[in-house]
Write a protein that binds this ligand. Structure first.
Ligand code: SF4
Length: 337
């Protein structure tokens, strides 16, 4: 028997919206974690009397909104699960469903307490799936004599305390006040980004595993050394390939054109390469390029593409390379590229 999802898929609200808009065709976009429940969800939504289609391409964030697919299919409503709104409104109505997690946060937060012992002011951050329970966590910390702080997000972040892989503005807004951050959520992707963006201590409480861990300073130092080495290795290159992502929230063409001009003004050669999905196999075909510059999702270059044979810099790293940006602000992501 199928396991029920541990996320609130808000089927009733979705059905109401389909009926309210009298939508005949609906495209549903799910992140990977929710795809095992796609059959059941589709069957439920078909109860609204519309044709329901599933979007099968990658969906890494709200930057990945399936607008082009929705247009090709002639749908009247796009339902995007798992992320907050990040892009301005488009012609096709979009319903964002946060997919709030039903997982209990307390066991993981309890385990994190010894790791934040001695902190007086704790910055709280999370993903949109757990934001509805951040108040509970704040209460737990107060009960232990700590003062929790939840920062307001800028640029495209609607909910205080929420972070995304390219937007740590809610954490940065309280950076001067807090002793460190407690991140609530699964995996290492966000806590590492948080430590890079703020330079502060970060402890992560993973509610899915019921465990907690510290992001060690030595790990962040290693990442920074690796990135500085990549910047250095790009210094004497002659041919640069500037990668433009075609996903709606990753399209930074003007920034790419500016970088091309800046490189050419320094006697370098640069071409612009446009891709929907930035993959090493695709980049490796462009063998003349000595360095790739990522203007799509900054985390692609930052996390590294395993099989890529050439240095791959984020746009900000490339700006630092040619003296347009100070090294200290490279990884302070507050939205944008
Ligand atoms: S651009 Fe990258 S980090 Fe930002 S939301 Fe999209 S996938 Fe996440």
């Amino acid at each position: 028997m199928d396991e029920p999802p541990c996320y609130d898929l808000e089927e009733e609200r979705v059905i109401e919206e389909i009926r309210r808009l009298d939508a005949r065709r609906v495209l549903v976009q799910l992140p990977d974690g929710l795809r095992p429940h796609a059959f059941k969800l589709t069957e439920r939504l078909e109860g609204a009397g519309a044709e329901i289609f599933l979007a099968g391409d990658s969906c890494y964030g709200a930057c990945d909104l399936a607008i082009r697919q929705a247009e090709s299919l002639g749908v009247n409503l796009l339902i995007h699960y798992g992320h907050n709104r990040m892009l301005p409104d488009v012609e096709i109505p979009v319903l964002y469903i946060e997919a709030a997690s039903k997982v209990d946060l307390k066991p993981a937060v309890e385990r994190s307490l010894p790791l934040i012992e001695g902190w007086e002011r704790v910055g709280l951050t999370t993903t949109v799936q757990h934001i509805h329970k951040l108040g509970e966590v704040a209460e737990m910390l107060r009960g232990r004599g700590m003062e929790p702080y939840i920062g307001k997000g800028g640029f495209g972040l609607l909910r205080p305390g929420v972070v995304t892989g390219c937007n740590y503005s809610s954490a940065i807004s309280i950076m001067e006040i807090v002793d460190g951050y407690l991140f609530i959520g699964g995996g290492r992707f966000h806590p590492i980004g948080l430590a890079l963006a703020t330079g502060k201590r970060v402890v992560a409480a993973d509610p899915y595993l019921g465990s907690a861990f510290i992001i060690e300073e030595s790990e962040i130092r290693r990442i920074i050394m690796r990135r500085l080495a990549a910047i250095e290795s790009a210094r004497y290159a002659d041919r640069y390939c500037i990668v433009v992502g075609l996903k709606p929230g990753q399209l930074h063409l003007q920034e790419a054109l500016n970088m091309k001009r800046a490189l050419e003004a320094r006697g370098k050669r640069a071409v612009i390469l446009c891709l929907d999905e930035v993959r090493a196999e695709a980049l490796n075909n462009f063998t003349e390029a000595e360095v790739f510059i990522d203007t799509a999702c900054p985390r692609i270059a930052l996390n590294g593409l395993e099989d890529l044979r050439k240095p791959f810099l984020t746009l900000r790293e490339a700006e630092a390379l040619i003296g347009l940006r100070g090294v200290e602000e490279i990884w302070r992501y507050e939205g944008g590229v």
